[in-house]
Design a protein around this ligand. Structure first.
Ligand SMILES: Cc1ncc(COP(=O)(O)O)c(C=O)c1O
Length: 447
């Protein structure tokens, strides 16, 4: 359906326009000679335009780059800024903390207990602990799961992403488990530490758990890192029933699926995991991750004198639960990512999803649109892929790059990875309509 020659010409033209419009970002990139890959973190080299845009400032749903362009930000730090950029209550809480003194002190603050209680109310798990990232929340949840079950392996869905968690870099390739392509310095053979099944494949899960060596299933209730892949009716109930039957712990990673609502997909779909992990948005952009445990697991873990949960047993970080993260998380959950805010975000995202569907249909493209609350994504496949592997097969990097640079050149920022658009409490109707117009214009140019 896509004329590849035309696409290549359009992409070159958009990149030229991008380079002309962004000389300061380009110069900053060229000058960063002592950064590994010229960027603070190597994933920032995922740059559709040829170099990354440099941030000058950001507020609400808008960011401004070094060249003075303002953008409607639908990337929102790939969920880290789902509360919006620098929301006032979070700024105030952090400034108060800075002014009082005590940024990190190896002492708890009462904010942490408030946040724990609020996460318990939202996600239904009674006991919470903190990290600085979702990756670490997953790592520590996995360690606890291994310790408490006495089993070694962790099961993941093919093409999942849970951060740079060693065990999770496993996929199905031609139906067989394999280390994910590009796995950097694999510390041990992932085939020995992990099992993998497709999302939406309850029979596959039953088969893999029957080996009896899996401590936990770590999964997103909907895949969000290979497009959005939604669960089919009955699938998540089957996952819970099968994991229970095999005495395997179920870990819901809500880092992205938090977009589904105030209590993530866990609350929206009445799920009953043993552990929830989360990070990114919960502290309004200040680093903070968390994991919540069932009463039974917490009691078992604390009752085990052989587990060093206090010193160097492998679960912990000096800065985890620091006063700034806790003050920010409290402000964010109390006053920013509220029930009312989610209603607003989800309504706008539903409006955007409808507009994207209209644009795709009017160009008769075989693409589909999936929505998970405040997050929406189109995929180059129709019907929408039902698992990670088929969604991966529908990827088209050149088309992604074109659509991303086209949008950036017209004032809309999308996540650098695939085609996710996310709304925050400050996003407006006009913001989502602008993106829908830009997207429609990009399709028009494609012919
Ligand atoms: C579902 C999920 N879990 C965990 C992570 C890791 O988050 P972080 O990189 O902030 O540790 C990500 C990052 O994209 C994610 O999508």
């Amino acid at each position: 359906m896509i004329d590849r020659d035309r696409l290549a010409v359009l992409l070159t033209a958009e990149r030229e326009r991008f380079a002309v419009a962004n000389p300061r970002s380009k110069a900053a990139y060229d000058e960063a000679t002592h950064l590994f890959g010229r960027v603070p973190m190597t994933w920032m080299n995922k740059r559709a335009g040829g170099f990354p845009l440099y941030l000058a400032s950001a507020r609400g749903a808008s960011v401004t780059d070094l060249d003075g362009h303002s953008y409607v930000d639908l990337c929102l730090g790939d969920t880290g800024a789902m509360a919006g950029h620098s929301p006032e209550p979070v700024i105030a809480a952090v400034q108060r903390r800075f002014a009082e003194g005590g940024i990190t002190a190896m002492m708890p603050t009462p904010d942490a207990a408030w946040v724990g209680a609020e996460l318990a109310r939202r996600f239904g798990l009674p006991y919470w602990s903190f990290s600085l990232t979702a990756t670490d929340a997953n790592r520590w949840a996995i360690r606890l799961a291994r310790a408490l079950t006495g089993r070694r392996r962790i099961l993941f869905n093919s093409y999942c992403y849970h951060g740079s968690v060693d065990e999770s870099l496993i996929v199905l390739a031609d139906g067989r488990p394999a280390s994910r392509a590009g796995n950097v310095g694999e510390p041990y053979d992932v085939l020995q530490t992990s099992r993998v099944v497709e999302f939406n494949d309850a029979d596959g899960l039953e088969r893999e758990l029957a080996y009896g060596d899996v401590a936990a299933v770590v999964m997103e209730p909907a895949l969000t890192n290979i497009g959005i892949v939604l669960p089919e009716p009955g699938y998540l109930d089957a996952v819970r029933a099968i994991t229970r039957r095999h005495d395997v712990l179920l870990v819901n990673d809500e880092t992205h699926t938090f977009s589904a609502g105030p209590g993530g997909a866990t609350a929206l779909w009445s799920l009953d995991p043993d552990i929830v992990t989360i990070g990114k948005a919960i502290a309004g952009g200040i680093p903070c991750g968390a994991y919540g445990l069932s009463a039974d697991l917490a009691e078992q873990a604390l009752g085990r004198s052989d587990l060093d949960l206090v010193d160097m047993g492998g679960v912990g970080g000096t800065l985890a639960g620091n006063p700034v993260s806790m003050a920010a998380a409290r402000a964010c959950l109390e006053s920013v990512l509220t029930d009312v805010a989610f209603e607003h975000m989800i309504a706008l995202t539903t409006r955007l999803a409808a507009a994207l569907r209209v644009a795709i249909a009017s160009h008769q493209l075989p693409w589909s649109v999936s929505q998970l609350g405040a997050r929406v994504e189109f995929r180059y496949a129709d019907p929408p892929p039902r698992d990670g592997t088929s969604s991966a097969a529908a990827a088209d990097e050149e088309l992604d790059d074109y659509l991303h640079v086209f949008a950036a050149n017209r004032g809309v920022l999308l996540t650098p990875f695939h085609n996710m658009a996310l709304t925050c409490p400050a996003t407006t109707e006009s913001d989502v309509d602008t993106y829908a117009e830009v997207f429609t214009a990009a399709l028009l140019d494609l012919g």
